[in-house]
Design a protein around this ligand. Structure first.
Ligand code: ADP
Ligand code: MG
Length: 267
């Protein structure tokens, strides 16, 4: 079983061989797709006249601030336009895909962040209401398993359910990690717009879980979430995490063959 995260940064820029490659992979292995799409959410929010706020954590991690209206737009775009565009792309290429969110079948449950510590414009720490972002606390893979048994490729949008049944914005990379962990997948592959993790301008082709933890604070915005998600997936028992580009020929086959990508393993 392979869980693939497709980044919002790459959905429109996938190499033309990507779908044929996915079809090939899905004929020999069970495949689950999780997608992102932050930029599309920002574009739609702007069209609706809703300016998106971003916050920076004391650790320097920048993320979207999700208030009530924003999580509604987030859900519309993720569950609607993006999820269905990806499913359509797969179906068009003869892959029997079915799109769901973390809400469907109660697949993704998350804790709403009640309070958020952020850095204000003057570099001071500040506590604000957490808004509608969440950290996944459990995955119920039943619906995913049913789809897989019926030979569907599940395509999952990263919208989760809070304890109070709110829609929550959850990170797509980490959602993929948790889904991979819950399904006891052998691999989780993060397909993005760069070949993998670079440090000091060179591509890291292989690192261990322990090394990944050490370098995490030195990784920039975007990639740090993937490495964090890879660490979480490995800690949940997934054998291998791969970060690879979706802009090269046969991206999944290449990632599985460890060709020009970053591989993170237990040892
Ligand atoms: N050390 C790093 N190595 C590689 N990419 C990095 C690094 N630090 C930051 N990045 C950025 O992370 C981006 C990938 O993350 P992101 O833009 O969130 O893509 P996705 O939509 O696939 O999640 C890259 O395009 C790159 O600009
Ligand atoms: Mg990202």
């Amino acid at each position: 079983m392979i869980v693939i995260k497709i980044g919002g940064s790459v959905v429109d820029g996938l190499h033309q061989t990507t779908m044929a490659d996915l079809k090939k992979i899905s004929e020999t292995s069970k495949v689950v797709i999780v997608h992102g799409g932050g930029k599309e959410v920002t574009i739609t929010a702007n069209k609706l006249g809703k300016t998106q706020g971003f916050v920076v954590s004391p650790g320097g991690v920048r993320s979207r601030y999700t208030d009530k209206e924003t999580v509604e737009i987030y859900t519309m775009v993720m569950a609607g336009k993006l999820n269905k565009s990806i499913v359509r792309m797969l179906v068009r290429h003869g892959i029997n895909a079915a799109g769901i969110t973390g809400i469907d079948g109660g697949v993704l449950k998350a804790d709403r962040k009640k309070k958020l510590v952020i850095m204000n414009d003057r570099g001071r720490k500040m506590v604000i209401d957490g808004g509608y972002t969440g950290k996944i606390n459990s995955v119920d893979p039943s619906l995913i398993t049913v789809l897989l048994e019926k030979e569907y490729v599940p395509v999952i949008a990263p919208v989760a359910l809070s304890e109070e049944y709110d829609f929550l914005n959850v990170d797509g990379d980490r959602a993929a990690a948790y889904v991979a962990g819950a399904l006891k997948a052998s691999k989780v592959i993060f397909i993005t717009n760069v070949s993998g993790l670079s440090l000091n301008d060179s591509l890291i082709t292989h690192i261990t879980l322990e090394e990944a933890k050490e370098v995490l604070p030195r990784i920039g915005f975007g990639m740090e979430k993937k490495v964090l998600a890879a660490i979480e997936a490995l800690q949940m028992g997934v054998d291998e995490a791969v970060i690879a580009s979706g802009q090269t020929e046969m991206p999944f086959s290449k990632a599985i063959a460890h060709d020009n990508c970053t591989v993170i393993t237990q040892n």
